[in-house]
Design a protein around this ligand. Structure first.
Ligand SMILES: Cc1ncc(COP(=O)(O)O)c(C=O)c1O
Length: 391
């Protein structure tokens, strides 16, 4: 049964915005595998006319996502980037986006190489310093694009401070909440206008779907985004919506376990002689630990570290010697992944720009899964030892 609006997060994961299927009582949302719907007379239908415009499985997921992020409207897209593209299409040529300088490479590419050609201006700034950020705002600035924790440096941006600043200046804010998941962080509660998810990651949680979503409380924005969802047509299919709905039912459990495992791994990495720096917002030594503790429930399953021997070759030795950590792009699934941002997820960012934010040639990013924590620690320690022997 639909969760009460004030029900706690675990209850929202399972019941938020959801009701048994009105036709059959089916407890799990059915997969409405159809492209069109019968009409009793021209224009007379049961709320659905064509599946690009609407599909009941998608509607259920959108309602569930709205409940999880304490929003009013959820709008799903065929990928995280198509969700971002829809948000950016609400802007006009000449408008400017200020985005985090430590940003997912695909988001950077969409802002610069794709939408830059249509007159959208983007600047990439350090969002940790609110005063400095305020100095970058111009008449043209219409949107702050905030990622926190950032990918892959795990920097933390103070969401409340930025949304306060933006609201005062009449600028919209969107927080990419992919790394945290709504279990750990709820940006709308901190004043953001929109939250973006690559649902491909923690929401889906099983590395079997590509999808994106935007959640908002702002009806005017929601209307524009529903319009673009239909008018541009980057919609997810009903099977994928079902899979994400199913994934969300265990979101809280998976993220809790990933956080626990990550804590354990971080301690071990910090003591390893091969490792130069460990980046994890849960570390008391993390420069923004206190802000992370203020705005997040826990510190997540993403960990980055680099090596004293700062070369791609050294990183490759480590990554090729793990057993449970699979060398692959993506994150947020039940299985642990290991990746090399400089050559994989962030290859589209120029080297100097990468280095300026600490994204070194040997930086390794872990998406810690929900396997047994001891096994994961042994796996990483073994890979580091083998890499050291080969060096
Ligand atoms: C932080 C972040 N935002 C957005 C995206 C894009 O999502 P998708 O791959 O679903 O298009 C990703 C993908 O890795 C990501 O890591």
């Amino acid at each position: 049964m639909k969760a009460a609006p004030d029900a706690n997060f675990a209850t929202q994961c399972i019941h938020g915005g959801l009701e048994p299927d009105p036709q059959t009582g089916s407890v799990m949302t059915p997969i409405y595998q159809t492209s069109t719907y019968a009409q009793s007379a021209p224009g007379e239908h049961k709320g659905y006319e064509y599946a690009r415009t609407g599909n009941p499985t998608r509607t259920a997921l959108q309602n569930n996502l709205a409940a999880l992020e304490k929003g009013k409207f959820g709008i799903c897209f065929s990928s995280g980037l198509s969700a971002m593209d829809a948000i950016l299409r609400t802007l006009r040529p000449g408008d400017e986006v200020l985005a985090s300088d430590d940003l997912y490479g695909g988001s950077y590419r969409l802002l610069t190489a794709v939408l830059g050609n249509f007159g959208l201006k983007s600047r990439f700034v350090d969002m940790r310093d609110t005063d400095q950020l305020a100095g970058h705002i111009t008449e043209a600035t219409k949107l702050l694009w905030i990622e926190t924790p950032t990918n892959p440096m795990l920097n933390i941006v103070d969401i409340q401070a930025l949304t306060d600043l933006a609201r005062d200046r009449g600028i919209l804010t969107c927080v990419d909440n992919t790394f945290a998941s709504p279990y750990l962080q709820q940006p709308l509660e901190l004043g953001a206008d929109m939250v973006l998810h690559s649902a491909t990651k923690y929401l889906g949680g099983h590395s079997d779907v590509v999808m994106g979503a935007v959640i908002t409380r702002n009806e005017e924005l929601a209307k524009k985004l529903y319009y673009l969802q239909n008018a541009v047509g980057a919609v997810p299919g009903p099977q994928d919506c079902f899979l994400v709905l199913r994934g969300i039912k265990t979101l809280h459990l998976r993220v809790q376990r990933a956080c626990e495992n990550a804590r354990h791994i971080v301690e071990v990495l910090r003591q390893n002689d091969l490792v130069a720096n460990v980046y994890y917002p849960g570390l008391a030594s993390h420069p923004r630990h206190e802000i992370a503790a203020k705005q997040m429930r826990d510190f997540g399953g993403m960990v980055s570290f680099d090596l004293k021997e700062d070369t791609q070759e050294a990183a490759t030795q480590v990554m090729q010697n793990t057993h449970y950590f699979t060398l692959a792009e993506s994150l947020g699934g039940v299985e642990s992944l290991i990746g090399h941002p400089a050559s994989m997820t962030h290859a589209s960012i120029p080297r100097e720009q990468r280095l300026s934010v600490g994204l070194t040639d040997s930086l390794i990013r872990l998406s810690v899964g929900v396997e047994d924590g001891e096994d994961l620690v042994k796996d990483l320690e073994g890979a580091l030892t083998k890499a050291m022997a080969l060096a």
